[in-house]
Design a protein around this ligand. Sequence first.
Ligand code: IYR
Length: 227
Amino acid sequence: MKNIKLINGYPFTKFSRETYNAVEMKERAASFYEWMNRRRTCRDFSDKPIPKEVIENIVLTASTAPSGAHKQPWTFCVVSDAEIKSKIRVEAEKEEYESYNGRMPEDWKNDLLPLQTDWKKEFLDIAPYLIIVFKKSYDFDEEGKKANTYYANESCGLACGFLLAAIHSAGLVALTHTPSPMNFLSKILNRPVNEKPYLLIPVGYAADECWVPDIKRKELDDVAQFY
Ligand code: IYR
């Protein structure tokens, strides 16, 4: 039976987990870093199908992320329907065309040159799944009354991090795509007023031939200060 005790009337369950000795811990931390450092953002997807169950577990993993007051202020819209994907591509490309041809300042476009991105987003049709993450700035309770969420931005960022790690762990690739503005996603997916589009993430196998920018990641000294 589950070990439950009440603290001020609220149920708590006893938490325990395995620990590792220093040697094992060093080895696990190093190999996890090595594994995560192999993750790359990909723009060339295969259309090869993925079992739905895999996507379900990826979304469940994302939803294990910590969130403000445990409100889990997110909805993951999972799109595999070709017609909806195509609608999303048309609208995303409209916005991206405007962004690349006027809205984005020159220095921004220059910073993107090493990544060779442009307004064309064919991956939105090709990737077998698009996961569109919606952020709930507030929620509705069972009676339909407004209910608060907290740190929805931070919470969704954490959930997306977990999502990307889960995708990587399954041997799949993703792209954190940020069409801007992205309110067209609320319309196409018919989302309620309390949800705002947060990130659009195509998921799939990398294409047989997939090239990614030859970028380097910052050294520890450049990203950390030890006190
Ligand atoms: N939203 C555009 C532009 C873009 C912006 C950043 I910052 C990137 O790291 C990559 C692309 C797009 O998705 O193409």
